[in-house]
Design a protein around this ligand. Structure first.
Ligand SMILES: *Cc1c(COP(=O)(O)O)cnc(C)c1O
Length: 386
């Protein structure tokens, strides 16, 4: 692929952006540059590479690739999604305030409330499906609006263009955790958002074999800061993980299409099932965020939550499954199923889970790309036990 990646379609960028043939051999795949340092030709002369915390060709290829997919200016890769989120939050200083979607990833909630609050940052947790709730939470010292859409595990949808417009009117920076939909289905920077963050551990890598995180900035000023934080704080992605991620991203469009095709069938099956109380999937026409999601994204993704009414029912169901793996995480080729109250959201206090609607009977599925018939049979087996 030659020239500006923006000339090409998404699937072409996924395979080629940031990855010209290796200049010395023509290798089509970016080599894994497992080196910590680089020899200088002479004093004051080097090839632009000095030390791997700051410069690594494999990581740079991945960063250029993700920046091209998100249509941002620069990409910055970290050792995990949480490392990327912590680098993002260095934009907020002591005495400043952040407005956050109330139903965020449990680890994000823990980091904000149990780490950053110790350093003079304050947080307001809002129902981000309501622009009025976001507006009411903004204060004179608000620096950032941090959103997830769809949220985890309640699948709530925020109107990103409207939220960004509202935040910008108050001089507030907008960051979106785009882990659930990936740039394949939703590109927040094109809707006015300032920074996108990912746990690449999930769909971007797609094979449940590497941890990682990225930040993509729309403005060079933020990008330059993230680069400085990578260099100064050092939680960068390893060359090997960057290689795995580049490999995974090549098939992102085909994987996302397969995840979603099966998720739609499974959501409809669950919605019709007498033993299932409610199904949360933004692709169901009855979902309150359906219309917004249809407008701002090109798909609905592969994540579904549903309620079986009680801990007992959820346990009987989960214990009977034979294909789906009971595990935290999501976005892999294999179907992962989890119980948010005791797994991903165990660090959220029980009263808070209750208030949000994350009941003890809630189950979350990350629909994989196995044979759909096998997945449906597995669900039927589990539901018979309820
Ligand atoms: C997993 C996840 C994270 C954290 O990423 P790690 O790679 O596990 O550190 C952040 N946000 C969302 C939405 C996630 O699913």
């Amino acid at each position: 692929m030659k020239g500006d990646p923006r000339r090409y379609g998404f699937a072409t960028r996924a395979i080629h952006a940031g990855q010209p043939p290796d200049p010395t051999t023509g290798a089509v795949t970016v080599p894994i540059y497992m080196t910590s340092t680089y020899v200088h030709d002479g004093l004051g002369e080097h090839k632009g590479f000095e030390y791997t915390r700051v410069h690594n060709p494999t990581r740079f290829a991945l960063e250029d690739n993700v920046a091209a997919l998100e249509e941002g200016v620069t990409g910055h890769a970290f050792a995990s999604g949480m490392a990327a989120i912590s680098a993002l939050l260095t934009l907020v200083k002591a005495g400043e305030h952040v407005v956050v979607s109330q139903d965020v990833y449990g680890g994000t909630y823990r980091f904000f409330t149990q780490v950053l609050e110790n350093y003079g940052l304050t947080f307001s947790w809002v129902d981000a499906t309501s622009l009025d709730a976001i507006a009411a939470a903004i204060r004179p010292n608000t620096k950032m609006l941090f959103l997830e859409t769809p949220t985890n595990p309640l699948m709530q949808i925020t109107d990103l263009a409207a939220a960004a417009e509202l935040a910008h009117r108050h001089g507030v920076l907008v960051a979106v955790d785009n882990t659930f939909l990936t740039p394949c289905l939703q590109r927040p920077l094109t809707l006015g958002v300032d920074v996108v963050v990912h746990s690449t551990t999930k769909y971007l890598n797609g094979h449940s074999d590497a941890l990682g995180g990225v930040l993509v900035a729309r403005d060079r000023k933020q990008g330059d800061w993230f680069y400085f934080v990578q260099k100064s704080a050092g939680a960068v992605m390893s060359p090997f993980d960057a290689f795995l991620l580049l490999r995974g991203i090549k098939t992102l469009p085909v994987r996302m299409a397969a995840h979603e095709a099966s998720a739609r069938v499974i959501a409809a099956y669950l919605a019709d099932h007498p033993k299932v109380d409610r199904v949360l999937y933004p692709g169901l026409p009855g979902h309150p965020g359906f219309t917004i999601q249809q407008r701002q994204a090109s798909g609905f993704g592969g994540m579904i939550s549903f309620d079986l009414g009680s801990y007992d029912a959820a346990k009987r169901f989960l214990d009977r499954l034979e294909v789906m793996s009971l595990a935290e995480s999501l976005g892999g080729v294999e179907t992962l199923i989890s119980h948010p109250a005791t797994m991903t959201h165990a660090s959220v206090p029980a009263e808070r889970r209750e208030a949000l609607g994350i009941g003890d009977g809630m189950v979350r599925i990350s629909v994989g790309i196995e044979e759909l018939a096998d997945l449906l049979a597995d669900l039927e087996r589990g539901l018979e036990a309820v």
